[in-house]
Design a protein around this ligand. Structure first.
Ligand SMILES: Nc1ncnc2c1ncn2[C@@H]1O[C@H](COP(=O)(O)OP(=O)(O)OP(=O)(O)O)[C@@H](O)[C@H]1O
Ligand SMILES: [Mg+2]
Length: 214
């Protein structure tokens, strides 16, 4: 019963986008999944409420609710995807202390890379208490094709302790950006550009699920 938490204290890294797509990918694979929306903006719950293939969503008000509700959710859902807030808050701490896997999207820019190290520090603290848990995977999201930023970002990320850097890079793609407005996901929309985005995300999610095992 894995709890996969998509976290990064930095806004706009792609947490909600990745959380919703991961949940939809799991549901397409016939997994019973719930999304736990731990962000006050409630982006993922609004998104999920409007998509055709309904995926249950549980909204949390505060970190206390997370610690109260997770044990109950675990009883009903074999897969839990948490959409984290853009803050190093009590909520993020509670998430990191509860998750099996932290999946960290990071934009390939200086400010984003720098703030990723704060999220990683939180993970390091939790790993010390929990004997290596949560496992943590970081990856570059929203990389612009044809720029060198991606390679530079990967180099910086590889220097961070406690997290594994994924080779899969998710590029900045209009097909992904359009999904929220279209009440859908790249797994449900047709088109060549959607297909390319879909392949990238599938590769990412397969790596993430493998990451649960070690
Ligand atoms: N790979 C991508 N390609 C194109 N657009 C993307 C991609 N990933 C995310 N976006 C867009 O970037 C914006 C921020 O994404 P998202 O809301 O998922 O980030 P977030 O980390 O959840 O933000 P917040 O911290 O505010 O909750 C959205 O407009 C989303 O559509
Ligand atoms: Mg969000």
């Amino acid at each position: 019963m894995p709890i996969i938490a998509v976290i990064n204290q930095k806004g706009g890294a792609g947490k909600s986008t990745i959380a919703v797509h991961l949940a939809r990918w799991l549901s397409k694979k016939r997994k019973t999944v719930v999304v736990v929306d731990a962000d006050a903006q409630q982006s993922s719950s609004k998104w999920l409420a409007r998509i055709e293939h309904s995926i249950p969503c549980h909204i949390l008000q505060d970190s206390d609710a997370l610690l109260e509700d997770l044990p109950k959710l675990i009883e009903s859902y074999p897969w839990i995807v948490v959409d984290g807030p853009a803050a190093l808050s009590e909520m993020t701490r509670a998430i990191v202390l509860s998750a099996d896997l932290a999946l960290i999207p990071c934009q390939p820019t200086g400010v984003d890379l720098e703030s990723a190290s704060d999220t990683v520090r939180l993970i390091q603290q939790a790993q010390r208490i929990r004997k290596g848990e949560p496992k943590a995977l970081i990856f570059v999201n929203r990389a612009v094709k044809g720029t060198k930023l991606k390679d530079e970002a990967l180099e910086v990320l590889r220097m961070l302790p406690s997290v594994k850097v994924l080779d899969t890079v998710i590029h900045q793609r209009q097909a992904i950006a359009d999904c929220f407005g279209q009440n859908s996901t790249v797994f449900d929309l047709p088109g060549t550009s959607t297909g390319i985005a879909r392949r990238e995300l599938v590769e990412l999610f397969e790596q993430a699920v493998r990451g649960l095992d070690g």
